[in-house]
Design a protein around this ligand. Structure first.
Ligand code: NAG
Length: 368
């Protein structure tokens, strides 16, 4: 039996986690604190000891999560809110098979993915749509393998949604869809690509056709396509190498454990591994795309925000170039110095976090 298989089983998993937290607390933490005391030993001289050590801890916890495949435990089952749906903003979103066409339909068939009913959650006030009212449609992160949209999300997605509302008072409501997550070896395959995309489309359809919000200049391929590509890691390997941010920013980011390949295996399902490099739906920033431009034609005005200190910085720079070719002035790019991955979600990542939200808010009021 492989080590990864063994670690799915009790009591091995429990023993591993016990050992992991024991070493973390008694050995690693004290060591990290000591080694981050000299400013020049920190990933960025501007970083505090706290930020440096917190990040190393997050990285270690991610590693433990990947090793023991405990991601699935982090998702909050919507059924939990079934009885209190009204107070928790829970709704059910019907599938929209008629909207799944072209190559997405082909991928769905190859991977045996069918449209299905999924949950969604409303944030903010619950009144009916006003004429011309604009809302936020939020799709959480998590490499398509973890995270959730519920109001008690363990990974802070609920917090991000609430902060977006707080910083952008022209919106009084936000909606998050509980799109299906992928799962792969050593666990059984579940919901490979394009399950999440299919659910995101259903969520958009619900907002426009069921709730009656007007899509205005944001056609379906704009709104959802934008999110989709924002969340695409460069799943392939085209941005690896000693000079790339994947290597040089390894110490200032916490998503290193995911580069072991778990998320992409889970996403690919029955598709050949080469798709990670050549499929623009999976990796719009891949350097191996046969057709690198044209994917962002017709996109709505977009704001791409990236941390300078994150591993995905360079693939985001490529993404930026590609989006700019197709969209010109409609793309705004912000790379925040010294900021790590998804720093907007971290209350300990100040002042970058508040400054970032303020810039997004300024851009939103100027653009909407
Ligand atoms: C760009 O950065 C964002 C934020 O960290 C990340 O979620 C996204 O996957 C990155 N995209 C690419 C193409 O690297």
């Amino acid at each position: 039996m492989q080590r990864s298989q063994l670690l799915l089983r009790q009591p091995f998993k429990a023993l591993y986690l016990l050992y992991f937290y024991f070493v973390l607390l008694l050995v690693k933490l004290p060591f990290w604190i000591l080694t981050s005391l000299p400013r020049s030993w920190r990933p960025r001289p501007s970083w505090t000891v706290f930020r440096t050590v917190f990040l190393q801890t997050m990285d270690a916890v991610m590693e433990a999560m990947v090793t023991t495949s405990t991601y699935t435990m982090l998702r909050v089952d919507p059924q939990k809110f079934a009885k209190s749906a009204e107070t928790n903003g829970l709704v059910w979103v019907e599938p929209t098979p008629e909207l799944i066409v072209g190559d997405i339909k082909e991928y769905a068939t190859k991977n045996g993915v069918t449209p299905t009913r999924v949950a969604g959650y409303w944030y903010g006030d619950r009144s009916s749509p006003l004429p011309e009212e604009k809302i936020i449609y939020e799709l959480h992160g998590g490499a398509f393998v973890f995270g959730d949209a519920s109001p008690v999300s363990y990974l802070g997605n609920a917090g991000l949604c609430k902060e977006m509302l707080r910083h952008n008072q022209q919106f009084s409501k936000a909606f998050q869809i509980e799109y299906r997550l992928s799962q792969g070896p050593p666990l059984p395959y579940e919901n490979p690509f394009p399950a999440a995309l299919i659910d995101a489309v259903a969520g958009y359809h619900y907002l426009v056709k069921v709730m009656g919000y007007k899509p205005s200049e944001h056609p379906l391929n704009g709104g959802v396509g934008w999110w989709w590509s924002r969340h695409q890691l460069n799943w392939g390997s085209s941005h690896f190498g000693p000079e790339s941010s994947v290597t040089t920013n390894r110490r200032s980011d916490f998503i290193g454990p995911f580069f072991g390949g778990y998320p992409i295996r889970a996403m690919l399902g029955a598709l050949p591994p080469s798709e990670a490099d050549t499929n623009a739906w999976l990796s719009p920033a891949s350097k191996y795309l046969r057709k690198p431009s044209g994917w962002f034609n017709g996109f709505p005005p977009s704001f791409l925000i990236v941390g300078e200190a994150e591993m995905l910085r360079d693939s985001n720079r490529t993404l930026r170039e590609r989006m700019a070719v197709d969209m010109g002035e409609r793309l705004t790019y912000l790379e925040v110095p010294g900021a790590t991955h998804i720093f907007l979600s971290f209350t300990w990542h100040e002042p970058e976090r508040t400054e970032g939200f303020n810039k997004v808010a300024k851009w939103l009021s100027a653009t909407m």
